[in-house]
Design a protein around this ligand. Structure first.
Ligand code: SF4
Length: 436
C-alpha cells in the first residue's frame, strides 16, 4: 500500500548581520533540507508557512533592523499569511526574555548555540552527520568559512562575547572537509571568518594553529582563492604572513580591525596593544608580504576619546594608508565594560569624526586604485550589470571592497569565472577593466 508522503511546510530563512550569521543560516537550511523541508533563503514571494529570522544584536542600528524585520513578519502572521515565526541569532540570544513579552507573535526564541532545539521545535531532526554541511546562500563561486565560534577578548565596547560565548575553534579536519565539499560544489574563493581568527587553535590544540590551518586549506585541490578576515592585532601569529606570501592561492589581502591607534583609547578599549606595537606589526606585514592590501575597521567616539586622540588617529591613518577601511561610531551597549563609562560624545560629533575618516580614506583608496591602472589583474566575476561584467581582484573581498567593471563588448564570461583583465581606469572605489 503506497504511503502518502506528508508535504513538509515551506520555510523561509532570513539572515541579518555579519558573514558569520550567513554561515549559521546555511547550516540551519542544510539541516532542514535533510529533513525534507522545502527551504528558501530570503524568499521573494511571501508564501512560506514558517519564517526563521537569524538576527544581529551587535550595535543599535543592527538591533533596530532586526526588530523591524521581526515586527514585519509578526504582522504577516497577524494577517494569517504565516503559520509559525521563529527568531534566533544574536539579538534573540541577548534579549529574548524582554522581547518575548513585547512581541507575542513570535512562537519561540533561540540563542546562538541552540540549533538542535530550534530544529526540534520546527519539527526537524538535528543530524550530527551533517556537521560541516551547508546550503550555500552566497553565489556558488565564493563562500564564508567560519573557523571558530565566540571570543575570549575583553574589548570594552563589544557585546559579541555576551551573544556568542567563549572562543571555540573548529577542528582542522572538519574545516578541511567543509572546504572540500564547498569546492566540489563549485566554490573557488573562501573567506576565513571568526570573531578573532588569530586565536584559532589556542583552545583546541593549546597553541595558535592559524598558519597550519591555512596551509591545509590551501592544499585543497581546486581552491583558487582564500582570504583571511577578522585578524586581531595583539599577539598576531606572524607565521601566518609567510603562509600568505608563499601560497599562490592565498590572496595578498588581510583584514585586521585595529579599531583605534592612540595609547589612551586602545587602553580604554582594552585592546591589549599599543600604538608602537600596532605600527611595528603593520610595517612587518607589509615587509613580509609585499603588495598586500590591508583592510581595517575603526571605531570612533569611544568614551574618553578626545579631540586630540581623534587628530592623532587621522594622522596615523594618513601614514599607514590602509587600502581598505570601514568605520563605526561607538554604540553604548548594555552589559559591556564600556557601559560603565560615560558616553558623553554627542552622536553628531561621532558621525562628524566618522565622516572625516571616510573622506580622508576616499583619497587613499583613490591613490591605491590609481596605482593599479595599466596593470593586469586576475579578476573573479560576481555578476552582470548594465552591460558590464562586475568582479573583484585579489585585493577585494565580496560585499565590502572595490569592484572591477568590464564592458561586455560582445564577449562571453560565466559568473564565477576568472579572467585576466587590464586595468584601464580607476575611481575612488571602483576600477574599469579592458579585455586583453
Ligand atoms: S575581538 Fe573584541 S571586538 Fe572582536 S568579537 Fe572579540 S571582543 Fe568583540
Amino acid at each position: 500500500m503506497r504511503t502518502k508522503s506528508v508535504k513538509q511546510p515551506k520555510v523561509n530563512v532570513i539572515t541579518l548581520g555579519c558573514s558569520k550569521n550567513i554561515v549559521d543560516s546555511e547550516v540551519i537550511m542544510a539541516q532542514l533540507k535533510a529533513s525534507d523541508f522545502d527551504v528558501e533563503h530570503e524568499a521573494q514571494k511571501d508564501d512560506s508557512d514558517i519564517v526563521i529570522i537569524n538576527t544581529c544584536g551587535f550595535i543599535e542600528n543592527a538591533k533596530q533592523e532586526s526588530i523591524d524585520t521581526i515586527l514585519r513578519y509578526a504582522e504577516e502572521k497577524n494577517q494569517g499569511n504565516l503559520e509559525k515565526l521563529y527568531v534566533t541569532g544574536c539579538l534573540s540570544h541577548r534579549y529574548k526574555d524582554e522581547l518575548s513579552s513585547e512581541i507575542p507573535e513570535v512562537d519561540a526564541w533561540f540563542g546562538t548555540l541552540e540549533l538542535p532545539n530550534l530544529l526540534r521545535t520546527v519539527g526537524a531532526d538535528y543530524k550530527h552527520e551533517l556537521l560541516g554541511e551547508r546550503l550555500q546562500t552566497t553565489p556558488k563561486h565564493f563562500a564564508y568559512v567560519k573557523i571558530s565560534e565566540g571570543c575570549n577578548r575583553p574589548c570594552s565596547f563589544c557585546a559579541i562575547p555576551l551573544m556568542r560565548g567563549n572562543h571555540v575553534s573548529k577542528p582542522i579536519e572538519l574545516l578541511e572537509t567543509e572546504v572540500k565539499n564547498l569546492v566540489k560544489n563549485g566554490t573557488k574563493e573562501i573567506m576565513l571568518i571568526a570573531q578573532d581568527s588569530t586565536y584559532y587553535g589556542l583552545d583546541l590544540y593549546g597553541e595558535r594553529k592559524l598558519g597550519e590551518l591555512m596551509k591545509r586549506l590551501s592544499d585543497v585541490e581546486g581552491l583558487d582563492w582564500m582570504r583571511l578576515h577578522y585578524a586581531y592585532p595583539s599577539q598576531f601569529p606572524t607565521d601566518v604572513l609567510d603562509v600568505i606570501r608563499e601560497r599562490d592561492n592565498i590572496c595578498k589581502y588581510l583584514d585586521m580591525p585595529i579599531q583605534h591607534i592612540t595609547d589612551n583609547v586602545l587602553k580604554s578599549m582594552r585592546r591589549g596593544i599599543t600604538k608602537r606595537r600596532t605600527l611595528e606589526l603593520i610595517k612587518e606585514i607589509r615587509e613580509k608580504v609585499p603588495g598586500i592590501a590591508l583592510r581595517t575597521t575603526i571605531l570612533v567616539g569611544h568614551p574618553g576619546e578626545t579631540e586630540q586622540d581623534f587628530e592623532e588617529l587621522m594622522l596615523a591613518l594618513q601614514e599607514i594608508r590602509f587600502e581598505r577601511l570601514g568605520v563605526f561610531t561607538y554604540s553604548h551597549e548594555d552589559n559591556t565594560h564600556a557601559y560603565t563609562l560615560e558616553d558623553i560624545i554627542p552622536e553628531e560629533e561621532k558621525q562628524r569624526r566618522a565622516n572625516a575618516i571616510m573622506e580622508q580614506q576616499m583619497d587613499i583608496s583613490y591613490a591605491f586604485n590609481q596605482s593599479l591602472v595599466g596593470t593586469t589583474q586576475k579578476v573573479l566575476f560576481d555578476r552582470l550589470e548594465n552591460d558590464h561584467f562586475v568582479g573583484r581582484t585579489q585585493f577585494d573581498s565580496p560585499e565590502v571592497d572595490n569592484e572591477v567593471w568590464l564592458p561586455v563588448n560582445g564577449n562571453y564570461l560565466r559568473i564565477g569565472d576568472f579572467q585576466k583583465v587590464k586595468i584601464s581606469a580607476a575611481s575612488h572605489y571602483d576600477l574599469t577593466g579592458e579585455w586583453l
